[in-house]
Design a binder for this molecule. Structure first.
Ligand code: ASP
Length: 336
C-alpha cells in the first residue's frame, strides 16, 4: 500500500514538473505572404477576404501543431504547404513567370537548433518546393541544389512532382504580358514601382514547445525575371535564416537587394553581437540599410521568447501571427 502511495505521488510530481516545463515555453508563429505595392486601392475587398481566409487557416493549423507539442519544422512545413497550394501567393501554384514564360521556383529552410539548412532553386516540377528544401537539409550532404539535379533528388525522396503546366495561372501570365509591354515601351521602366507589382513570396517562422525556432521561405521569384535568375529566398542569410541564439527570419522583397544587404543574417548578427532586440535590429536593416541601398520589401521573425517582429518599407505586406492562447492576427496594409 505504502509503495503504491509513493509511486502515485511521484507520478503526480513528475507530471506536474513535465507540464510546467512545457507551459513555461510559449509557442509562436509568424507568417508573410509577400510585400510590395499592397494598398487598399490595389486590392479589391473580395480578394482581401480571400487572402485573410487563407492566412488565418494557415496560422490556425500551424498553431494547432505547435500547441499539441509538434515541432516548429512540422508547423512551418504545414503552413507553407497551404500557401504554396493557394493560387493567391507567388509560391507553388500561383508562382510568377520568367521572361521566357517558365515558372522557376526557389525555397529554403533553416533549423535554429542545429543551424542546418536546405534549399532548392530554379525548380520547375516540384509541387511544394519547401518539401524539397527540407529533404535537402535532412537527407543530403548539401545546403543548396538547383535545377534538374534538385528535381532528381526530390524525386528520389518521394516528393510530389508535377507537370510544369500545374503552375500556370492566367493572373500571373497577364502580369508577365503587362511587364513585357511596359519594358518594351519604356526602357527605363521599373516594374516594382507599378501598382500591379506585389512580391508575393511566402514565409513562416515558428517557435515550438522545446524552444526551437524553424524558418521556411518559398517563392516563384519576380515577374519577368531573367530565366535562370536565383533570388534571395534560397540564399541562407539573405532571405532565410534561423538561430536559436537569436531569432528566425523570413524575408520578401526585391531579392537582389536582400542578397547584397545579407538582410536576415545581418538582423541576427545585430542581436548576437550588439544585443539589439529583434525589432530594433530589423528596423536598422529594413528602414536604414535597405532604404539607403534602394531595396524594397520586408521581413518577419520571432525570437526565442516568442516576440514577434514584422517590418517592411514597402506600401504593405501580407503578414500575420499567432501566440499562445491568442487569436490569429492578419494584417495586409500599413496598419490593418
Ligand atoms: N524575394 C523574392 C525574390 O526576389 C521575391 C519576393 O519576395 O516576392 O525572388
Amino acid at each position: 500500500m505504502k509503495n503504491i502511495l509513493v509511486f502515485t505521488c511521484s507520478l503526480f510530481f513528475l507530471m506536474h514538473i513535465f507540464s510546467n516545463g512545457l507551459n513555461a515555453q510559449n509557442v509562436a508563429l509568424v507568417i508573410h505572404g509577400g510585400a510590395g505595392n499592397v494598398t487598399k486601392e490595389n486590392i479589391p475587398d473580395s480578394l482581401e477576404i480571400q487572402y485573410r481566409n487563407v492566412m488565418t487557416k494557415a496560422l490556425n493549423l500551424g498553431y494547432d501543431i505547435l500547441n499539441r507539442g509538434g515541432s516548429s519544422q512540422d508547423a512551418v512545413k504545414a503552413v507553407i504547404n497551404i500557401m504554396e497550394d493557394s493560387p493567391l501567393f507567388n509560391a507553388g501554384k500561383g508562382a510568377v513567370f520568367t521572361n521566357a514564360g517558365t515558372n522557376e521556383l526557389d525555397a529554403a529552410v533553416m533549423d535554429g537548433a542545429t543551424l542546418k539548412a536546405g534549399a532548392v532553386s530554379g525548380v520547375r516540377h516540384i509541387k511544394n518546393p519547401i518539401d524539397a528544401a527540407i529533404a535537402v537539409m535532412s537527407n543530403s550532404q548539401h545546403v543548396l541544389l538547383y535545377g534538374v539535379g534538385a528535381e532528381e533528388f526530390a524525386k528520389s525522396q518521394g516528393i510530389t512532382m508535377v507537370d510544369s503546366s500545374y503552375f500556370f495561372t492566367q493572373k500571373r501570365f497577364d502580369q508577365l504580358k503587362k511587364a513585357r509591354e511596359k519594358e518594351e515601351s519604356d526602357q527605363g521602366f521599373n516594374y516594382t514601382q507599378h501598382p500591379d507589382f506585389k512580391f508575393g513570396t511566402v514565409g513562416a517562422v515558428a517557435l515550438d514547445l522545446n524552444g526551437n525556432i524553424f524558418v521556411g521561405t518559398s517563392t516563384g521569384g519576380m515577374t519577368n525575371k531573367r530565366y535562370g535568375r536565383i533570388g534571395d529566398t534560397p540564399i541562407i542569410g539573405a532571405g532565410t535564416y534561423a538561430n536559436n541564439n537569436t531569432c528566425g527570419l523570413s524575408a520578401t522583397g526585391h531579392g537582389e537587394f536582400f542578397m547584397r544587404a545579407v538582410v536576415t543574417h545581418d538582423i541576427s548578427a545585430l542581436m548576437e553581437y550588439k544585443g539589439l532586440s529583434i525589432q530594433e535590429a530589423a528596423d536598422v536593416v529594413i528602414h536604414e540599410k535597405l532604404v539607403k541601398m534602394g531595396g524594397e520589401g520586408g521581413v518577419v521573425g520571432l525570437d526565442t521568447l516568442g516576440n514577434i517582429m514584422m517590418s517592411f518599407n514597402s506600401a504593405g505586406m501580407f503578414r500575420g501571427y499567432i501566440k499562445k492562447d491568442d487569436q490569429p492576427v492578419v494584417l495586409i496594409f500599413r496598419d490593418k
